[in-house]
Structures are given as C-alpha cells and as structure tokens.
Design a protein around this ligand. Structure first.
Ligand SMILES: [Zn+2]
Length: 78
C-alpha cells in the first residue's frame, strides 16, 4: 500500500490517497476532484478539467499518466 497526495497528482491540496497500484490512486484523485468541485471548491476546477482532458485524449494524457506511475513506483510502501 502506498500513499500519494492530491498535490503529487497535480492538485492543490494535501489530501492523501492510498492504493496498491498507481491506477487506484489516480482513480481516487479523479473521484476527489469531482467531489470537491461538486461541493463548490474553486481551487480544484483546473486540475479536474485537466484530468477530464486526459481521459478524453489518451495519447497526450499518457505522459502525465506515465509520470504519475513512475512517481508512485518510486514511493516507499506505507
Ligand atoms: Zn485536493
């Protein structure tokens, strides 16, 4: 199990996501962005837009995805 924060995944806050794989924390971040923006948060709007763009443009989104995966791989286990 590893931990990545919202900030490490391109967001503005220090909320921590836990997961066994990079995909899990990326999905958790996606959920987190949607939840806080839905509750009226302004600071997560741009990261949410970027995240949505990545799903829509998988090729150009791939570089970010690879970096996130590499960052996750470099983290120590909790
Ligand atoms: Zn956040």
């Amino acid at each position: 199990m590893k931990t990545m924060t919202c900030k490490q995944l391109g967001g503005p806050c220090d909320v921590a996501h836990h997961g066994e794989t990079a995909d899990e924390v990326i999905k958790a971040q996606d959920r987190h962005l949607k939840e806080v923006v839905a509750s009226g948060d302004e600071t997560h709007k741009v990261p949410l837009k970027e995240m949505k763009g990545r799903w829509r443009h998988p090729i150009s989104g791939m570089a970010w995805y690879r970096d996130a995966k590499r960052g996750f791989a470099d983290l120590p286990d909790d």
